[in-house]
Design a protein around this ligand. Sequence first.
Ligand code: NAD
Length: 394
Amino acid sequence: MAHIVILGAGYAGLGAARKLAKIAPAGTQIDLIDRNTKHVESIELYQVAAGTAKADEISFDIRSVLPDNVNFIQADVSKLDYENKTVEFSNHEPMTYDFVVVGLGFRSENFGMEGADQYSYKLQDIPTAEKIYEVINDNIRNYKQSQDPNDLNIVVCGAGFTGIELLGELIDTAKILKAKYDVPEINITSVEMAPQILPMFDADLAQYAVDFLSKNGIKIMTGAKIKKIEPNAVVYTKGDSDEEQRIYSNSIIWTVGVSGSDVIKESGFNARRNRVTVTDYLNVEDHPDIYVIGDDSASMDPKTDRPLPTTGQLALAQASVAAENIAADLENKPQQKFSYQSKGTIASLGPSHGIAEITKPHLKLKGSVASLAKRFSFEQVLFEVGGLKGLRKK
Ligand code: NAD
């Protein structure tokens, strides 16, 4: 009987495992592998970084949502040996496969920036998110003793989705910690290279986000290109000028972008930022038994001829089609091409505000109604990855 090995239990891998459990021919062996026993709702990680959610609130036990015909194995994948159809691990015996689904997710990318790894705090998983809150909290608590103004300065590098959602969430955190430790004003600054933030939204929605964050005391610096990170400072240049400027802080957070898993590089795939360009069927050219989905994949958008932006929503859509194509292959049925229509884009600005652009019907939402839309779409995601049990974990 066929053996399907699914690597990673994020949105992509967990989605594929649950779908294959329903549609793979009876007797197929389905193994789901992850280094952790918990699935993490990575789109909510910023809340743990801001201290507004605990790790348990954004994660649940993988085994608890798996059907009986999926076997979970806790192991750390190191490499895919595709010539020998084998997965290698750092802490487990190698495993052969008939089909493998790679969904090992993302990691923070430093783009070779000097000082980024040493002097700033990246956001990529539960431990790094918890570390960010610990640093912010410790520095603010420390202020009374140190009288170091840098203890009250928080700088978020990069104002992509992650940076913006973290900034929004930090508004409340700053208020709470200011009162708790009885310190002067806490300053939060965003340093972004692009001339405008949130270019994926309509201009009026992006402007709403800028106004909302500014009104709540956040300083957004656009057109500011980070050059290096020093022990207590972000060094940047503004516009066309080469003059280096510094913004000082003891809490420097790095949300400047992500790459796919390093397993992609270790395995020798042809990839850019650890993202493999997949075929229309979501498998790898010359290796039809390897499917790559989620943040490790680059699915081309025929409309723009560029890879679709990675999101949890995209990973779940790919998971479903990859599972169907493997099942079709096992039954000698025709496979389907992946075609994607985003349901919309939502960014939260703290717990009760946000901006949203829904695709069909085309709707633009801002404020608390967008936050409600995000809540609703998050429940849908939980249902897709964990079924009713996933929903009850909340
Ligand atoms: P990103 O690549 O989306 O954003 C990084 C930001 O950093 C960009 O705005 C970029 O201009 C800026 N930047 C890069 N180099 C810089 C420099 N030297 N100086 C100053 N600024 C610089 O990365 P992200 O925000 O970490 O998001 C990662 C992925 O996850 C993205 O694909 C994103 O769409 C996705 N995501 C989606 C959601 C959502 O759909 N709600 C939420 C979180 C993340």
